[in-house]
Design a protein around this ligand. Structure first.
Ligand SMILES: *[C@@H]1O[C@H](CO)[C@@H](O)[C@H](O)[C@H]1NC(C)=O
Ligand SMILES: *[C@@H]1O[C@H](CO)[C@@H](O)[C@H](O)[C@H]1NC(C)=O
Ligand SMILES: *[C@@H]1O[C@H](CO)[C@@H](O)[C@H](O)[C@H]1NC(C)=O
Ligand SMILES: *[C@@H]1O[C@H](CO)[C@@H](O)[C@H](O)[C@H]1NC(C)=O
Ligand SMILES: *[C@@H]1O[C@H](CO)[C@@H](O)[C@H](O)[C@H]1NC(C)=O
Ligand SMILES: *[C@@H]1O[C@H](CO)[C@@H](O)[C@H](O)[C@H]1NC(C)=O
Ligand SMILES: [Zn+2]
Length: 716
C-alpha cells in the first residue's frame, strides 16, 4: 500500500467518523430542536427566505415594463424573411433568440436539435411543381391552379417563399373524370351525402372547403372513404367576411382571392418515424411506408378562392343545400362527372418527405428556493412564410417578457422562487415536432418537476378580447391575472380590465365567469398535457367571434400574413400584444413565485361534474340504450369532489412557516393533473393518455371531455 493510499484511507476514516458525528448531532437537533407548543411543531433555524411568499410589488413592475414599441420592433425583425422549419433561416432564428436571451441576463441558454421527418414541395422545376389541371376532351389544359401567390405589397418581395402546399401530402400524379364537393369534409358531411344522394366518392377527387375541423382530418376522411385525391380551398364565407367582394389584403385583414392556406395534414403529433420516443440522431426509425407512421396516402393540395370559383363552374350535379353553400357568387353543386363530357381533372404533387434537423432553444432563470421546480413558457419559432401572426407575434411577446424578467434578475431586484424556462420550439407547423420530441425525451423529469406549461402560439389574431384554452386548475390563476391587466382598448371604457372584456365576450353558461375552452392538439401544449400530464394553458387575443363568423383570422398560413397586416390592420399600436404578454407574464410569475402553488383543484372537481352532466345530456340516453350506466361516473366525480374539499382544507391550514409541509402540499398540487394520465393511453390511441381531456378523434383542433367515452359513442 503506498503512502498516498494510506493517507486516503485515513481521510476516509475521518470522513466516516465526521459523518456519524454529524448524523448524531443532526438527530439530537431533530429530537430537541423541534419545539412542541400545543401539539403543534416548528422547525427553528430555517431561513425565512424558504418560507417567504412572493414580493407583491414585482407583479406590477413586470407588467408595467412590458413595452409595445419593443414588441413591434421585435416583430418587424422576426418577419423580415420567411422562416420555414428545417431551413437555414429557421436555425438562424434559434441562434438569434439564444443570443438575445444571453444579452438580457438569463442564467443559462441551450439548443437541443432533433432529427425529424419534414416535408417540402418542389420549387425549382416548374414542370414538376404541385399543380391542379383541368383538361378538355381534346387533352388541352382549360384551367390550372396558381403556382405562387402574387406579390401584393413590396414587403413580400423576398426569396424563399415556399409555394402553397400541404405538408406530408402523398406525392402522385392522378386524374379523374369526376370532382365531388364534400362541404367541410367532415364525417357528418360524408354521412349526409350517403343518406341524401347516390354519389360514391371511391376513386374520385374531392373538393372540400377549409374550416370547422383540422385539415389533416379532412384528408384522412377522404382517404379512408376511398377518394383518390383531395383539394382544399378557402371559401370567402370563412376567410373574407362572406363575400368575394370584401375589402381584402393589402387594404384590410381579409384574405384576397389568391391567398392560400398552407398547412400540415399529418394527423399525429411529433416525428412520424419515432412515435412515442425522441427523434435523436441514433433513434430507431419506422420505414416511411409503415402504416404506423399514419402518413397520408393520397395527394392533397390547397388553392385560393379565385381559382376555386372557376373550378366549381366546371362542376355538374344538383345544387347543394343552403348549409353547404359558401360565399362565392356561383351555384354550389355536388359534382360528379365534370360538366363537359370527356373533361378530366388532374392533381400533380411532387412534395417529398425528408429528414431534417429542427432546433429548440431554451432560456433559463434559475429559481432561488426551488430550482428543481419548473414553470415553462413556450412559443414556436417556425412559420410557413413570414408568420407575422403565427407564430412571430408570440415570439415577439416572449422576447419582451424574457427581457423584462431577465433585467429584474440581472439587477438583483428579483429572482423567482421556482425556475422559469422560456422555450422556443422548432417545426411546430409540421405537427408539433420540437415540443413533442422534447417532451418524449424528458417526460420523466417533467413529470416529476414541472409545475405548468404556458403556451403562446400567437399573441394576437384580433384586437377584441382574450381567449384561453386551459386545464381547469389554471382557471383561478388566469382570472386573477386578467383582473390586474387593463383592457388595452381604451375607447372601450365600459370594460376596465382584460377580465371584464373577456367576461363580456365569452361568458360561461351562468354568465358568472369567462368561459375557458378545452385544450385540443392545435399547438405545442399538446404533448405537455397529453403525454406528461402537465397543467397547460394557451393564451391568445382574438377578434369578435359574434361579429366575424370566420374560421380563423383570414390571412392564416398565407403569404400575406405580414408585418404590414399586423401593424396596419390587426393591432395598431400593439396594445393587444402587450396585454397578452402581461397576462402571460403574470400567470408565470404567480406560478413561479408564490409560496403555495396557486392552482385551485376545486375547479377541477366542478369541471368534471359539468363534463359528466354534459355527457349525460348529449349521449346519456344513447349510452343507456347500449347498456352503459352513467351512475358510476356521477359517483366517481362526487367522490373526487369530496376528496378535493378535504385536501383544500389542508392547503388552507398548512403551516406556512414549515418548508417541508409547504413542499409536500405543493408536490401534491403539482402532481394532481398527472393522476389523469393513463400510461396505456386511450382505446386505440396509445399516445393520447389524458383520460379526461384529449383531442376529439375526428377533429384534432377540438377537445372532448371523457374522450374515450365520446369516441366510443361516436362509433355507435
Ligand atoms: C421584386 O424585387 C426585384 C428586385 O429586388 C424587382 O426587380 C421586382 O420588380 C420586384 N417585384 C415586385 C412585384 O415588386
Ligand atoms: C390518368 O391516370 C391514370 C392512372 O394513374 C394513368 O394511367 C393515365 O395515363 C392518366 N391519364 C392522363 C390523361 O393523365
Ligand atoms: C362505391 O364504389 C366502389 C367501387 O366503385 C364500390 O366498391 C363501393 O361498394 C361503392 N360504395 C357504395 C356505398 O355504393
Ligand atoms: C421501406 O419499405 C419499402 C416497402 O416495403 C421497401 O421497399 C424499402 O426498402 C424500405 N426501406 C427501408 C429503408 O427499409
Ligand atoms: C353574381 O354573378 C352574376 C352573374 O355572374 C352577376 O350578374 C351579379 O352581379 C353577381 N353578384 C354579385 C353580388 O357580385
Ligand atoms: C381591430 O381589428 C379590426 C378587424 O377585426 C380592424 O378593423 C380594426 O381596425 C382593428 N383595430 C386596431 C386598433 O388595430
Ligand atoms: Zn402556430
Amino acid at each position: 500500500m503506498s503512502p498516498r493510499a494510506q493517507n486516503t484511507r485515513r481521510f476516509l476514516l475521518l470522513a466516516v467518523v465526521a459523518a456519524i458525528v454529524g448524523l448524531v448531532i443532526g438527530l439530537l437537533i431533530g429530537r430537541f430542536g423541534i419545539r412542541s407548543d400545543n401539539d403543534d411543531y416548528r422547525i427553528t433555524g430555517i431561513s425565512e427566505t424558504f418560507v417567504q411568499d412572493a414580493d407583491p410589488t414585482i407583479s406590477e413592475e413586470i407588467m408595467d415594463n412590458i413595452n409595445s414599441d419593443n414588441i413591434r420592433q421585435y416583430l418587424r425583425e422576426l418577419t423580415e424573411y420567411p422562416h420555414l422549419a428545417g431551413t437555414d433561416a429557421d436555425y438562424k432564428q434559434a441562434k438569434d433568440l439564444q443570443e438575445f436571451w444571453r444579452s438580457v441576463g438569463l442564467d443559462e441558454t441551450f439548443i437541443t436539435p432533433y432529427d425529424v421527418l419534414l416535408s417540402y414541395p418542389e420549387t425549382k422545376d416548374e414542370s414538376k411543381m404541385n399543380r391542379i389541371f383541368v383538361y378538355d376532351s381534346a387533352g388541352q389544359v382549360v384551367w390550372k391552379s396558381a403556382l405562387y401567390e402574387p406579390i401584393l405589397d413590396p414587403s413580400e418581395n423576398k426569396s424563399n417563399v415556399v409555394p402553397p402546399f400541404n405538408a406530408y401530402s402523398a406525392p402522385g400524379d392522378i386524374n379523374s373524370t369526376d370532382l365531388v364537393y364534400v362541404n367541410y369534409g367532415r364525417v357528418e358531411d360524408y354521412r349526409w351525402l350517403a343518406q341524401n344522394t347516390d354519389i360514391n366518392i371511391t376513386g374520385k377527387i374531392v373538393l372540400a372547403r377549409y374550416g370547422k375541423i383540422f385539415r389533416g382530418d379532412k384528408a384522412r376522411q377522404a382517404e379512408i372513404r376511398g377518394a383518390k385525391g383531395i383539394i382544399l380551398y378557402s371559401d370567402p364565407e370563412e376567410y373574407a367576411d362572406d363575400s368575394e367582394n370584401t375589402d381584402v389584403y393589402p387594404h384590410d385583414w381579409f384574405l384576397p382571392e389568391s391567398g392560400t392556406q398552407r398547412g400540415s395534414i399529418y394527423i399525429g403529433i411529433g416525428d412520424p418515424l419515432t412515435p412515442g420516443y425522441p427523434a435523436t440522431e441514433t433513434a430507431y426509425r419506422l420505414n416511411e411506408s409503415d402504416p404506423n407512421t399514419m402518413l397520408p396516402k393520397i395527394p392533397c393540395h390547397p388553392i385560393g378562392y379565385g381559382v376555386a370559383k372557376t373550378l366549381m363552374s366546371y362542376m355538374s350535379g344538383d345544387q347543394v343545400p343552403a348549409s353547404w353553400r359558401g360565399g362565392l357568387n356561383i351555384t354550389y353543386r355536388f359534382g360528379g362527372p365534370l360538366k363537359q363530357s370527356g373533361w378530366k381533372i388532374r392533381i400533380r404533387i411532387s412534395t417529398t418527405n425528408t429528414r431534417r434537423k429542427t432546433y429548440n432553444v431554451f432560456g433559463v432563470i434559475r429559481g432561488s428556493v426551488e430550482p428543481d421546480r419548473y414553470v415553462l413558457l413556450g412559443n414556436h419559432l417556425d412559420a410557413w412564410v413570414f408568420g407575422a401572426i403565427d407564430p412571430s407575434s408570440g415570439t415577439a411577446v416572449m422576447k419582451e417578457v424574457s427581457r423584462v424578467m431577465g433585467n429584474l434578475v440581472r439587477s438583483k431586484k428579483w429572482r423567482p422562487r421556482r425556475t422559469i424556462i422560456f422555450c422556443g420550439w422548432g417545426a411546430e407547423e409540421y405537427m408539433l415536432m420540437g415540443s413533442t420530441e422534447w417532451v418524449e425525451q424528458y417526460v420523466k423529469n417533467l413529470g416529476n418537476r414541472a409545475v405548468a406549461y404556458l403556451n403562446m402560439d400567437m399573441a394576437i389574431e384580433g384586437n377584441y378580447t382574450l381567449r384561453i384554452r386551459a386545464t381547469p386548475m389554471m382557471q383561478s390563476v388566469v382570472y386573477d391575472a386578467t383582473k390586474k391587466v387593463l383592457n388595452p382598448d381604451n375607447t372601450d371604457t365600459q370594460f376596465k380590465t382584460v377580465y371584464d372584456k373577456w367576461l363580456h365576450a365569452f361568458p360561461n353558461s351562468d354568465k358568472s365567469q369567462p368561459r375557458i375552452l378545452g385544450l385540443g392538439t392545435g399547438s405545442d401544449h399538446a404533448a405537455f398535457i397529453q403525454r406528461a400530464g402537465l397543467p397547460s394553458i394557451d393564451f391568445l387575443y382574438t377578434y369578435n367571434w359574434d361579429k366575424y363568423r370566420i374560421a380563423s383570422y383570414p390571412l392564416y398560413h398565407s403569404k400575406y400574413e405580414t408585418f404590414k397586416a399586423v401593424d396596419e390592420f390587426m393591432d395598431r399600436g400593439f396594445k393587444c400584444h402587450r396585454a397578452s404578454g402581461q397576462v402571460w407574464a403574470e400567470v408565470a410569475r404567480n406560478l413561479a413565485d408564490s409560496l403555495v402553488i396557486p392552482f385551485k383543484i376545486q375547479d377541477y372537481a366542478n369541471k368534471l361534474r359539468d363534463g359528466v352532466e354534459e355527457l349525460d345530456r348529449n349521449l346519456g340516453s344513447l349510452m343507456r340504450r347500449n347498456g352503459i350506466q352513467t351512475d358510476l361516473l356521477y359517483e366517481a366525480t362526487a367522490l373526487f369532489a369530496a376528496e378535493v374539499a378535504s385536501f383544500q382544507k389542508r392547503v388552507d391550514t398548512v403551516d406556512r412557516k414549515n418548508p417541508f409541509a409547504i413542499r409536500g402540499i405543493n408536490d401534491q398540487i403539482m402532481l394532481m393533473e398527472r393522476a389523469f394520465i393513463d400510461p396505456e393511453g386511450l382505446p386505440g390511441r396509445p399516445l393520447a393518455r389524458h383520460i379526461v381531456f384529449a383531442e376529439s378523434s375526428t377533429d384534432s383542433y377540438s377537445s372532448a371531455t371523457f374522450p374515450g367515452l365520446v369516441d366510443g359513442m361516436f362509433e355507435i
